[in-house]
Design a protein around this ligand. Sequence first.
Ligand SMILES: *[C@@H]1O[C@H](CO)[C@@H](O)[C@H](O)[C@H]1NC(C)=O
Ligand SMILES: *[C@@H]1O[C@H](CO)[C@@H](O)[C@H](O)[C@H]1NC(C)=O
Length: 151
Amino acid sequence: MISLRLILLSAVFAVTYGCKCVKPTQQLTYCRASWITRAKILKSTVIDSSIQYTVDHQEIFKNETVELFDKVYTPAYTAACGVVDLEVGEVYLLAGTVSPDTSAELQITSCIFMPANDVHPGINPPTWSNVSSELYTRLQTQDFKPCPLDD
Ligand SMILES: *[C@@H]1O[C@H](CO)[C@@H](O)[C@H](O)[C@H]1NC(C)=O
Ligand SMILES: *[C@@H]1O[C@H](CO)[C@@H](O)[C@H](O)[C@H]1NC(C)=O
């Protein structure tokens, strides 16, 4: 009984205080992301404990995926590192990973995104209007250190 309560408690704690991660930088995200695109959000649907964004990948900066699907998934809770408030109709700089199973779903979390600037990364992917011409050029020319990083 006690251990079950502990498990439940820690589950509650995980949901309440859950998302802890290293603050992303442009370089770190360039290496950790499997895909980076300028993407317009077409639709947002809650499915169980996930949000499914239907997106239009308008420009591709990195694509190490089996297929660059138009569906992108994220946990429905910020405590679970979900990116929950992307707005339909808005264009973002999106960067994410691919689920390790055979579905190879595209995933985004608040731990891996390309910040508009490294000093004030914020907590969510930047809207495209917040992406500087410097960062845009960096993405287009892949002006990053080779991955994986040494340190
Ligand atoms: C992304 O890369 C995969 C694997 O190389 C390829 O099959 C797919 O066509 C690419 N998608 C786009 C939109 O370039
Ligand atoms: C984008 O910039 C505006 C103001 O320039 C700011 O209010 C907003 O929080 C920024 N959003 C993101 C996601 O960076």
